[in-house]
Design a protein around this ligand. Structure first.
Ligand code: URA
Length: 240
């Protein structure tokens, strides 16, 4: 694929476009062993060997982004009414075919994976191998030990669906804690709490998704590219 050097370095989360320009002028970028002072030069990702500070830059076919989702955004690629999580990415980062891998409600916060890798998403979310997800929650009423056990064992939602086993850790106030799921039905956690003692979730934030952990240095609405270790861990989780 033909691509500008500064775009390649940005996609590979090595340098922003302006940093690439400075690095090129400083002689830190080579193409096929020769210093390239113009970061706007087009290269061929299959044929040319680009190095940054001597390290080979490998172009990836797909893009993997961690987003700290804020409230008010919907997990969709398009929505007639509300802004979508994709709108939080700058134009040059948004790729055709990108989508949120899994859904969070409009008022749920936290870790969201954005990618254009449909095969990986399918494997991570398929019911058989659905990856583990952990959420920090706050609910309206204290959760009794019996209710905690019901949430863990599995319970029947209003539509008749039996939830799979989950893990529920309660903090001292018994109104907040961490819930771990291996499935993702519509409004699942809210409906699970609604099914025990008419409880109600008032804050929900996803903190892990499979092997990924929310990077706490990302403010709400901020994002970053996944690093190589995170991508490798996701591939392993998807058996790819
Ligand atoms: N469960 C919910 O109820 N909402 C979410 O956004 C995620 C899990």
């Amino acid at each position: 694929m033909k691509m500008r050097i500064d775009k390649l370095l940005s996609v590979c989360s090595i340098a922003t476009r302006s940093e690439s320009g400075r690095a090129a002028r400083a002689g830190r970028i080579t193409v096929n062993g020769v210093a390239e002072r113009n970061a706007a030069r087009q290269i061929d990702t299959e044929r040319d060997e680009v190095c940054f500070d001597g390290a080979r830059v490998i172009y990836r076919e797909h893009v993997y982004i961690m987003l700290n989702k804020p409230e008010g955004y919907v997990s969709a690629t398009e929505d007639g009414r509300d802004p979508t999580v994709l709108e939080l990415l700058p134009d040059e980062v948004r790729r055709a075919g990108m989508f949120p891998c899994g859904r969070l409600d409009k008022n749920t916060l936290g870790l969201m994976l954005l990618t254009d890798d449909g095969e990986l998403a399918h494997r991570l979310l398929a019911p058989k191998r659905h990856v583990e997800k952990r959420y920090r929650f706050v609910c309206r009423n204290e959760v009794s030990e019996a209710d905690r056990q019901a949430l863990e064992t599995g319970l029947q939602l209003a539509d008749g669906y039996m939830t799979k086993p989950a893990a529920v850790e309660l903090f001292d106030d018994r109104k907040s804690g961490i819930i771990t799921l291996h499935e993702g039905k519509y409004h699942q956690i809210k409906r699970m709490f609604g099914a025990v003692n008419d409880n109600r979730i008032i804050h929900l934030e996803r903190i892990t998704f499979g092997p990924l952990t929310l990077d706490e240095s990302l403010g709400r609405g901020e994002w970053r590219y996944l690093d190589d270790d995170e991508i490798a861990a996701l591939m392993a989780a998807g058996n790819l």
